[in-house]
Ligand binder design. Structure first.
Ligand SMILES: Cc1cc2nc3c(=O)[nH]c(=O)nc-3n(C[C@H](O)[C@H](O)[C@H](O)COP(=O)(O)O)c2cc1C
Ligand code: SF4
Length: 592
């Protein structure tokens, strides 16, 4: 990239060090890599140490430092893995004559794995130079090889390949909303902030990003924290494997999300908001920018919203660059500052006290902001009538795996696991396990199927992956263990080293070389990592190990290498009972 182009990026990103990641991402998009001279350029212009810029580049998995024309990243989601992703990837690499992760000698192409790209309802998928291609099959792979060898630019590849379907299968209150952009803003202009807060308090919306913290409390803490500036952040990082509900909201209901952020800005008196959009959802960016531009034209964003000179607020879209940990709100704020996404130490302080730029900040999930709008449209009392006592409203579920109709399902809280499985066309008798809330969540066995999705029972972030009896659960566990090794930010030892040891133990047991002592080691380590990890990623990284050991011990036992003769005195059942007690106590902490 020449200096003039780099200067343009710098100017468009306001020469602001907080936008370093945005600058780097734009260079990556243009050139498919970031050269040493580009890093030196930004270091000099932003007055940052070169090591800081290099550190940021090395942290994010969608940024590269070696040249290539085509960068192909296969989504390593377990659902796609079980659909044959590995075979397709091998086919592509053999046709291209390359090894995984190595750039071909002619610098044309590199093929690698990446964590779930949020398309597990769309067949096998990949990112090619940052853009999503779905429904990969042998035919597409052959055509892709042809296009690469003929150096055909991505803009000339078949547009059909880049189509992302919504797959909305069941709508309820939220997805049935007949929403006119600005209508809720007009309504809140007739209310005091106390009145708005009163409605939200009655609605008692619980956050949809995992922890279920009440929206009204969060907004209230933020507005009451003394400050001269406050910020609104929408968390659209959606990195939990198997989740794609926020993708659909942003694709079809973006006005609802932006309206929710703008109402929040009015309540907490913020002038600036950020939509933190995961890098893997690059294909959504242009349409989202158009929606924002339209809202500015309609006086729903910008200066003097709806003619009120005291109401000024705008939203910038900030793109992530491939790091699951950046979904954790303090890591997300670090990333917004242009840093490596390493979670902050907490509590205290919480982002509502010390957030973006050190100012009070509300961070809410995409779905949570949409629900705020819905509650204001319906009225707090009506909203609170939906769902259960402690979980009001409805929940979006992203369902994939062994079912007839993968996609998005909206249900009132309180729906049972069985009802959900029936709705998506699952033959009940064939289900072996349902993984709720992704690898960080919990593994449900058939005896759990009468339980309810609600904060008082099975808390869900919305990722539901179904595995039938033909699936090897230890293959699933291996995929999850690999995911956490890949996504650990490396800051603290229990998580960085512990997840690697767990992964190796799972491999050992899967290969039939493990003993019951290895199972005990897995269980002990799971507890140690959970208790000693610095952030929510580590605290939840071994839930799948504890859960599957607890619910499917026979699957592990069947793989052990002649366990009785190796360690006849070791009490596996006793160890698993200890684990049952401990995991039971820890369930409530899931996904902080
Ligand atoms: C490792 C990790 C990843 C997370 N990823 C997300 C995410 O992708 N989206 C999200 O909304 N919350 C995510 N969270 C939860 C956020 O930290 C935070 O609780 C949430 O954004 C708050 O919004 P809510 O109150 O609307 O749920 C994650 C947490 C952890 C520990
Ligand atoms: S627990 Fe893992 S992700 Fe979190 S700070 Fe430690 S190393 Fe990083």
């Amino acid at each position: 990239m020449d200096v003039i182009e780099l200067e343009t990026i710098l100017a468009e990103e306001q020469h602001h060090p907080h936008y370093l990641l945005q600058m780097l991402r734009r260079v990556q998009e243009k050139e498919n890599y970031i050269s040493p001279s580009t890093m030196a350029f930004f270091a000099e212009k932003l007055n940052l140490p070169l090591t800081k810029v290099q550190g940021v580049v090395s942290f994010y998995s969608l940024l590269n430092t070696t040249p290539r024309d085509y960068h192909i990243l296969f989504s390593d989601n377990i659902i796609e893995h079980l659909q044959g992703k590995e075979q397709l990837m091998q086919l592509l690499m053999s046709k291209l004559g390359i090894e995984q992760g190595k750039v071909r000698a002619d610098q044309r192409v590199c093929v690698e794995n990446t964590s779930c790209i949020g398309m597990s309802d769309q067949g096998i998928s990949a990112l090619v130079n940052g853009l999503t291609i779905t429904n990969l099959n042998e035919q597409r792979i052959s055509e892709m090889v042809d296009l690469i060898e003929k150096k055909v630019p991505l803009s000339q590849w078949s547009p059909a390949w880049f189509k992302v379907k919504n797959n909305i299968q069941r709508k309820d209150q939220l997805l049935n909303t007949n929403f006119v952009a600005g209508s809720v803003l007009q309504y809140v202009q007739t209310q005091t902030t106390d009145q708005i807060m009163e409605t939200l308090k009655i609605a008692a919306i619980r956050g949809c990003g995992g922890a279920g913290f009440r929206l009204d409390s969060k907004w209230d803490f933020c507005r009451k924290t003394p400050a001269n500036e406050r910020f609104v952040v929408c968390n659209a990082d959606e990195g939990e494997p198997g989740t794609f509900k926020d993708r659909v909201l942003l694709q079809n209901y973006a006005d609802l999300v932006f309206e929710g952020m703008t109402v929040c800005a009015k309540v907490i008196d913020a002038k600036q908001g950020f939509l933190y959009l995961r890098g893997e959802y690059r294909y959504l960016l242009d349409d989202l920018e158009k929606t924002l531009a339209k809202r500015r034209e309609q006086q729903l964003l910008g200066k003097a919203i709806l003619g009120d000179s005291n109401f000024n607020f705008d939203i910038k879209i900030f793109m992530g660059a491939g790091a699951y940990v950046c979904g954790a709100e303090t890591a997300l704020i670090e990333s917004l500052h242009g840093n490596r996404g390493v979670p902050r130490k907490r509590p205290p302080p919480f982002p509502v006290n010390v957030g973006y730029s050190g100012k009070p900040t509300v961070v809410n999930n995409v779905e949570t902001f949409s629900l705020a709008v819905k509650a204001l449209m319906m009225g707090g009392e009506n909203f609170a009538k939906l769902g259960t006592e402690q979980s009001h409203g409805t929940k979006l579920l992203s369902i994939s795996g062994d079912c007839e109709k993968a996609g998005i399902y909206e249900f009132p809280y309180g729906v049972s696991v069985r009802e959900v499985l029936e709705a998506c066309g699952t033959d009940f008798s064939t289900v072996q396990m349902v993984q709720n809330s992704g690898p960080a969540g919990n593994s449900l066995a058939p005896e759990d199927f009468e339980r309810k999705f609600a904060f008082e029972d099975v808390n869900t972030t919305g990722s539901i992956m179904i595995f039938n009896k033909n699936r090897d659960i230890l293959e699933v566990v291996q995929n999850f263990a690999n995911f956490f090794v890949h996504e650990s930010c490396g800051f603290c030892t229990p998580c960085r080293v512990g997840t690697s040891i767990i992964k190796n133990l799972v491999t050992k047991v899967r290969k039939g070389r493990g003993s019951n002592v290895d199972l005990k080691e897995m269980q002990d380590l799971s507890i140690l990592i959970r208790n000693a990890a610095h952030c929510g990623l580590g605290m939840t990284a071994t839930n799948h190990i504890s859960d599957t050991l607890k619910k499917f011990p026979q699957l592990y036992r069947a793989r052990l290498h002649n366990s009785e003769s190796l360690h006849p005195t070791f009490d596996l059942d006793g160890a698993l009972e200890d684990a049952r007690q401990i995991t039971h106590r820890q369930d409530a902490n899931a996904h902080l």
